[in-house]
Design a protein around this ligand. Structure first.
Ligand code: ADP
Ligand code: MG
Length: 697
């Protein structure tokens, strides 16, 4: 860091940022020092007060201080470092699953240590899993005068690094007066009594110990703070403006109009093994009308898991294929993309429509052939997002279908249409999602997007019966599953972990699969997880689909889209750790056939208030919309942002429930800004990045 450091400089100029860290930051969209400033704490902790170990209760998030009595590596399925910490009032175990040699050495007997984390009830008294810790300061050091910010993070970046990096960024902010532009109009700030940008950033990154921001931890929907509100409004405006801009440009774009080909459609419908539901028929009509206009369609198809979106996609693509244009179908996971490959190949081939398959695992000659076919106009191309790579060139793309875009960040996907741009014609786009979009969100990020809703399930579905069971009764659950499997039914056993780590999750699933296999030798059990080779995964899925495998132990890789109608039972391990939308997605894998289905939510007590509420609503309803609403309600600021549990909102700061009132103001505030091209550009660039892409969208 030099005298001339600027906010626009790359994060590389900061101490502690090597290539690895730079890569990690980039994943979070942080490239410049200024980007770091907009990576804001999700909550704060008061670490100025320690609590007596004897007073700690499960569920408390506390700072404790004591001496290390004992420290050892315990091997129990996998190695774990266990450190026993005592003060005058009691003893506490600290457990670490990931640890390194230096850590073992430094955490030795007699060391005085401060540890911060959540207290849990363990088999041998209370414990903390992966606490943050530091060696105690000398007594005469002054206590922290500020709240400790907790930043949303990603694997490999510790909280200590965030503090260090933000500290450096804040220093540059204080010194570099020129480069952080205030983008909100002064009149607006004054009217709403909001602080200026720089003041707000300093306040949010380093609040005083007695700041109201300390309360951001709590599940308080009404929590507001001017510094936060100010940034939330800015962020919401940026999203809204980018959407409006896309819309404006959109209206000037041209697309090929595709009239209905009723002969082809009739042939398709004749082969269909079921009757379309009225809701399916309605949305198909909406889509077909849209496709027959010379403006590009930009439509979101929303419908609960299992409502039958895939067949809608199939019917939507027929007019395009009939006109000799191409259709690209993408899915977020290999597993789901393969399922689509099989479905579309099977249903379209009898109509003489060829499909081409492309994913990152199609390599060498096969890849060349696929690329060649695509460039020569192959009708239907199915794949993962790798379809959108530069090397993939379409001859004449008429429609892009994106499945299970159940993140809200849909408009970022709009950039994919660039693929199909030829001369001045743009492809139509259909995005399918199982996540209902709350009205508030529709007002900002989705302004102007066309939306179709499938609001009924195919007939004959039986609601999934859901029970929540204490994991102490695990053995009973295992026996119940075994019984069902012996009767020819099929089941999922889903392993989940709270950490965002595929590796740990895979390990947990492996352990469970081994355990179950040992206990139930007569039942054909298999394992599927995200770290397996794709070929292995698809072999196993095929065997499960054919009924050869009875019990499938899986990680959350099966969360999205997997369709095996015969599977009618599901056990979700550690269900208390998952968010509602994820639980709902998972449960949607059963209840697809005519068989009566059930779902067991295995939980580990004691349950926190929110976790209990989540399990309750899961037991009470199968209705995705009610669940999504409840999710918003429950998903307070106390939940960890940036993890899968939140349903992965693309907002960095805004919270749909809490900021509903601010959201309502946004369209009006945007009106005056829209005319100010430069300011709009700057806002979009600051919050959404990649300004050129939006300008072109
Ligand atoms: P999702 O909307 O979750 O993607 P799918 O398209 O995978 O749902 O459909 C779920 C299951 O329902 C599939 O097995 C599909 O064949 C079946 N299905 C779809 N539409 C109907 C219908 N109208 N009647 C009966 N079954 C249907
Ligand atoms: Mg689907």
């Amino acid at each position: 860091m030099t005298e001339q450091s600027r906010l626009s400089d790359s994060v590389r100029i900061l101490r502690g940022v090597g290539p690895g860290m730079q890569e990690g930051l980039k994943k979070l969209g942080i490239e410049s020092v200024a980007d770091l400033l907009f990576h804001l704490p999700m909550r704060y902790e008061d670490r100025s007060q320690t609590k007596s170990i004897g007073d700690c209760r499960p569920g408390d998030r506390v700072l404790v201080e004591g001496f290390i009595d004992h420290s050892s590596i315990v091997r129990h399925r996998r190695a774990m470092l266990v450190v026993t910490l005592s003060d005058d009032t009691g003893t506490l175990n600290l457990r670490f699953f990931n640890f390194h040699a230096a850590q073992i050495r430094s955490l030795s007997r007699g060391v005085k240590l401060q540890a911060f984390g959540e207290i849990r009830g363990g088999a041998r008294g209370i414990e903390m899993i992966h606490p943050s810790y530091q060696k105690s300061k000398d007594a005469d050091d002054e206590a922290d005068a500020r709240l400790t910010p907790i930043y949303p993070s990603t694997e490999g970046i510790r909280q200590a690094s965030w503090i260090n990096l933000s500290e450096q960024a804040l220093k540059i902010l204080r010194e570099d007066t020129s480069s952080l532009t205030e983008l909100l109009p002064a009149a607006l700030l004054q009217r709403q009594q909001l602080p200026e940008l720089k003041t707000a950033l300093l306040m949010l990154h380093r609040p005083d110990i007695d700041s109201e921001l300390a309360n951001m931890n709590r599940l308080d929907e009404n929590f507001h703070h001017p510094a936060r509100d100010r940034l939330v409004i800015e962020e919401l405006l940026a999203h809204h403006l980018s959407m409006r801009r896309i819309q404006q440009l959109q209206q000037r774009r041209q697309a090929q109009a595709f009239p209905l080909d009723s002969t082809l459609e009739d042939r398709f419908l004749q082969r269909l093994p079921f009757k379309l539901t009225p809701a399916q028929q309605r949305v198909i009509a909406e889509i077909q009308q849209n496709l027959n206009r010379p403006q590009p369609m930009m439509r979101l198809l929303q419908g609960d898991v299992g409502c039958g979106k895939t067949v809608v996609a199939a019917l939507s693509l027929l007019p395009i294929v009939a006109a000799g244009y191409q259709v690209a179908i993408t899915a977020p996971t290999e597993l789901l993309a393969e399922q689509h490959r099989d479905y579309f190949a099977q249903t379209l081939q009898p109509l003489g429509i060829d499909t081409v398959w492309l994913s990152s695992r199609v390599t060498g000659k096969a890849r060349e052939q696929a690329l060649h076919a695509i460039a020569n106009g192959a009708a239907v191309v199915v794949g993962t997002h790798s379809l959108m790579q530069k090397a993939v060139v379409f001859k004449q793309l008429g429609l892009v279908i994106i499945d299970e875009q159940h993140r809200f960040g849909v408009h970022q996907r709009l950039a994919l249409r660039e693929k199909g741009q030829s001369a001045d014609h743009w492809p139509h786009q259909l995005i399918m999602t199982a996540t209902p979009i709350p009205r508030t969100l529709a007002m900002t990020a989705y302004a102007g997007l066309q939306i179709s809703v499938i609001d009924e399930l195919p007939p004959g579905r039986t609601a999934v019966t859901t029970v929540a069971i204490d994991q102490q009764r695990r053995e009973q659950v295992i026996q119940r599953i075994a019984l069902a499997c012996r009767e020819g039914r099929q089941a999922y056993w889903v392993c989940t972990l709270v950490e965002e780590s595929e590796l740990l999750e895979a390990q947990a699933a492996e352990d469970t699969a081994q355990l179950l296999s040992a206990e139930l030798p007569d039942i054909n059990i298999a394992l599927v997880h995200g770290r397996m080779k794709p070929a292995e995964k698809s072999t196993i899925m095929a065997a499960f689909r054919s009924g050869e495998i009875k019990l499938l132990v899986a990680t959350t890789v099966i969360e999205v889209g997997v369709d095996v109608p015969n599977a009618s039972l599901m056990v979700i391990d550690n269900a208390e750790r998952l968010g509602l939308s994820q639980l709902h997605q998972l449960r949607g894998r059963v209840g697809r056939g005519s068989e009566k289905s059930s779902c067991v939510l295995l939980f580990k007590p004691p349950l926190g208030e929110t976790a209990r509420a989540r399990l309750d609503i899961m037991r009470a309803t199968n209705d995705g919309f009610r669940i999504a609403e409840k999710d918003l309600e429950l998903r307070g600021p106390g939940e960890v942002l940036g993890t899968r549990q939140t349903g992965a909102l693309q907002f960095r700061l805004a919270d749909l429930a809490r900021d509903a009132a601010l959201i309502q103001q946004v369209p009006q505030l945007a009106e005056s800004l829209l005319k100010d091209q430069q300011r709009t550009d700057a806002l979009i660039a600051r919050w959404l990045g990649n300004a050129e892409r939006y300008a072109e969208a």
